[in-house]
Design a binder for this molecule. Sequence first.
Ligand SMILES: C[S@@+](CC[C@H](N)C(=O)[O-])C[C@H]1O[C@@H](n2cnc3c(N)ncnc32)[C@H](O)[C@@H]1O
Length: 196
Amino acid sequence: MVGASDGKFVLPLAQSGYDVIAIEKDPQALYGGEVLLPVAGFAYAPGLVERLQEANLRHRVRIEAADLLDADPTALQAEAVWTSCSWHYSANQRRPLSEFVNRMQQLVRPGGLFGAEFMMAVEERHHSVEHYTTPDRLAGHFAPNTWNVLLTLQTDPFLERAHVGQPRDHTHRMGVLFATKHPDNHTKGGSSLDEA
Ligand SMILES: C[S@@+](CC[C@H](N)C(=O)[O-])C[C@H]1O[C@@H](n2cnc3c(N)ncnc32)[C@H](O)[C@@H]1O
C-alpha cells in the first residue's frame, strides 16, 4: 500500500488475512495526533500503528515510515501494489509523475497487479500539473512489453463533504487504472517505453 495513511485499506486487507506492506511518510497518519474536524473543532485521531494494535493486526503489517520516492524498491516488492489519491500531493509534484509511477511499478513482482485511484483535474490550477492525470495519459506509462493494462475508469466530477484537512465541501474527479506485470518480466522498472 503506497500512501497507507491511517489504514482505510490496510486494516480490511490485514483483517482478510493478507500480509501488507504499508508505505507512509506522514508521522501523524502513522502515530496519530490532533486533527481539526470541520464542525466539532480539534479532536484526537489515532494513527495506523494504534489502529492496528487495537484490531490485533499489527503482526500482519510491515510499516515503512518513508517517502516512496526515496525508498529502496527491491526491499518492498509485493504481489499487488495499490495507491489511493497519493501522487498529487504537493511534495510529489517537485518530481515528474513518471518517477512516482515507475517507483510503484518497481514494487510489483512479475505476474503481479498494479492498481491506482487518483485525482483528476477539476480546478483551473490543476490543469498545468501533470500529477492530475487522466486514465489514458497514465496508461502511456505502462510499456506493453512489460504491462497489460486491464482496466481504466473515470468518474464525472462529484461533490465531497468537508473532512479533516479540507474544511469546505469540494469537488473531485477520480480516475482508476489496473495493470498486471508480465510474469516473465524481471526488469527493475517497467514503465519505460524504450524497453520494447
Ligand atoms: C489521500 S491519502 C489516502 C490514504 C488512504 N489510502 C485512504 O484512502 O484513507 C494519501 C496518503 O499518501 C501519502 N503519501 C503521499 N505521497 C507519498 C509519498 N511520496 N510517500 C509516502 N506516502 C505518501 C500521504 O501522506 C497520505 O497519507
